[in-house]
Design a protein around this ligand. Structure first.
Ligand code: HEC
Length: 108
C-alpha cells in the first residue's frame, strides 16, 4: 500500500500543473525577476549604464547565448563566469524573459 501512495504523488502533481493553465512565458519572467536580485546589484534595470553594460530589452535568444558563452568560458569575464556557473538553462531563459520585458527609461 505504501508503494502505491508514493508513486501516485508525482502523477497527481503533474496533473495539477497541467490543469492549472499557467502561462509559461509569464511564469518564466516572474521566476527571472526573482533570480535577478543577484544581477541588479551590478546591472541597472532602467537601461542606464555605468561601467557595467546595460542588459534590458535584449532579444531572449541573444541573452541566453551570451550567458551560455560565459558559462562555457568562451566569453572571458571572471565575474560573469562565476555567476553563470550556477545557472541552469531554465534559469537563463527565465532571466532572459525578465530582462527582455524591461523598457528603457525615457531620456529627457
Ligand atoms: C558583480 C557584478 C555583476 C553581477 C552580480 C552580474 N553581472 Fe553581468 N556583467 C558584469 C560585467 C562587469 C559585465 C561585462 C563583462 C564583459 O566585459 O564581458 C557583465 C556582462 C553581462 C552581460 C553581457 C553584456 C554585454 O553587453 O555583452 C550579460 C547578458 C549579463 N552580464 C547578465 C547578467 C545576469 C543575468 C546576471 C545575474 C544572474 C549578472 N549579469 C550579474 C557584472 C555583473
Amino acid at each position: 500500500m505504501k508503494v502505491l501512495i508514493r508513486t501516485a504523488t508525482p502523477i497527481t502533481a503533474a496533473l495539477f500543473l497541467a490543469a492549472s493553465g499557467y502561462s509559461v512565458a509569464a511564469a518564466d519572467a516572474e521566476y527571472g525577476e526573482y533570480l535577478s536580485s543577484e544581477c541588479v546589484t551590478c546591472h541597472r534595470t532602467d537601461g542606464t549604464q555605468t561601467n557595467i553594460p546595460d542588459i534590458i530589452g535584449w532579444d531572449i535568444k541573444s541573452f541566453v547565448s551570451v550567458l551560455r558563452a560565459y558559462k562555457t568560458r568562451e566569453r572571458q569575464n571572471k565575474v560573469m563566469q562565476t555567476i553563470t556557473s550556477g545557472l541552469s538553462d531554465e534559469d537563463m531563459e527565465a532571466l532572459a524573459a525578465y530582462f527582455a520585458s524591461l523598457k528603457k527609461a525615457v531620456t529627457k
